[in-house]
Design a protein around this ligand. Structure first.
Ligand code: MRU
Length: 342
């Protein structure tokens, strides 16, 4: 496989390495990944995360194993196991479906490698298109609120919602970003703040529960978020807390945009209620852990509800910023998503 390099994943001279997103921003540690168990663990512990990147990481590993001589039947098992790691982000299923098609070819090694390379390069191009289209919605001087991490760390390219912000800053300058810290795993505080700092884009970090008062004070002009799965009717799953923002945006009359590539569309799923939501460990809510160690503040056995994602109904979305264009509610009602996916 040819060398493929992104912010948080690299395939270089036959070695696959993954930047540990759990240890960022204070430690930059790269894991070498040579086997399915390691990749499964990296995905399950969110060391590799973000809808597009999970699919790409799993794909590069499968291609690497194919080149290393793994049999067709063992590769099929690897694809099934990797696909089962996280249930909500559909990009993983999209990538694994493409690899299954390649695996059925007579020269499956060449086909699997070509597919993984193509998925990686396609993601870079999709990010560029979304960024271009989304940046056209941003005005000089905008205060933009975002949730979770949707930047270069989460994709092979510049990102989804954060890619829009990056492009808008390049185009007009004078952008300021309100960064939701994104409890429980703090992707905003750890990763989005890290990326904005690296890109020298002015930002202010807030706790998630501060967004309402900012909106009431007129300090948020637009909201851009990513998605882990968009259903046929435009409902979408994204990091838990996104729905709160959509409701608040509606109340305060603030434009609310979701930014996602074609690989995040799932038109087999008719509406948001049908999207499986990943439930995660209670300890993620009882306390917090990271490069600094672990702190648990709740009673050890506190009962916890910890869905990783929530669903935002299409009725609360101002625009769907996809790689192919920006669509409104009437486009969605007329079935544009199904057309795009066919
Ligand atoms: O649990 P995570 O960190 O993988 O969740 C990531 C998100 O929810 C992102 O907003 C999403 O993947 C879209 S953009 C990369």
């Amino acid at each position: 496989m040819q060398d493929l390099i992104a912010s948080s994943i690299k395939y270089q001279q036959g070695t696959l390495t993954v930047l540990d997103q759990y240890l960022l921003p204070h430690q930059q540690h790269w894991h070498v990944c040579n086997d399915v168990e390691t990749m499964k663990d990296l995905i399950l512990t969110l060391k590799i995360r973000g809808a597009p990147l999970i699919g790409l990481g799993a794909s590069l590993l499968v291609a690497h194993l194919a080149e290393q001589g793994m049999s067709q039947s063992a590769l099929a098992v690897a694809i099934d196991e990797l696909e089962a790691t996280r249930p909500t982000a559909v990009n993983l299923m999209h990538c694994m479906a493409k690899l299954r098609v390649a695996l059925a070819e007579t020269d499956f090694v060449t086909a699997v490698v070509a597919t993984a390379e193509q998925l990686f390069k396609e993601d870079i191009a999709l990010c560029d298109s979304m960024a271009e289209r989304g940046a056209a919605l941003v005005d000089k001087g905008d205060n933009i609120l975002t949730h979770c991490n949707t930047g270069a760390l989460a994709t092979a390219g510049v990102g989804t919602a954060l890619g829009v912000i990056y492009k808008a800053q390049q185009r007009h300058g004078d952008i300021h970003v309100w960064v939701d810290e994104t409890r429980p795993l703090l992707q905003g505080g750890r990763l989005t703040a890290f990326e904005l700092e690296r890109w020298q884009i002015p930002y202010t970090l807030i706790c998630d529960n501060m967004a309402a008062s900012l909106m009431a004070a007129g300090k948020v002009d637009k909201i851009f978020v990513g998605a882990d799965r968009i259903a046929a009717n435009g409902d979408f799953a994204n990091k838990v807390g996104t729905y709160n923002l959509a409701v608040l945006a509606h109340f305060h009359n603030i434009p609310f945009y979701v930014v996602a590539p074609l690989t995040t569309l799932d038109t087999q799923t008719l509406c948001g209620a049908d999207i499986e939501i990943e439930q995660r460990s209670p300890n993620e809510v009882r306390g917090v852990s990271g490069s600094f160690g672990e702190a648990m503040w709740a009673p050890t056995n506190a009962k916890v509800y910890n869905p990783a994602f929530d669903v935002t109904p299409a009725s609360l979305v101002t625009g769907w910023v996809l790689d192919s264009g920006v669509y409104n509610q009437s486009d969605i009602e007329q079935g544009i998503l199904k057309q795009l996916k066919s």
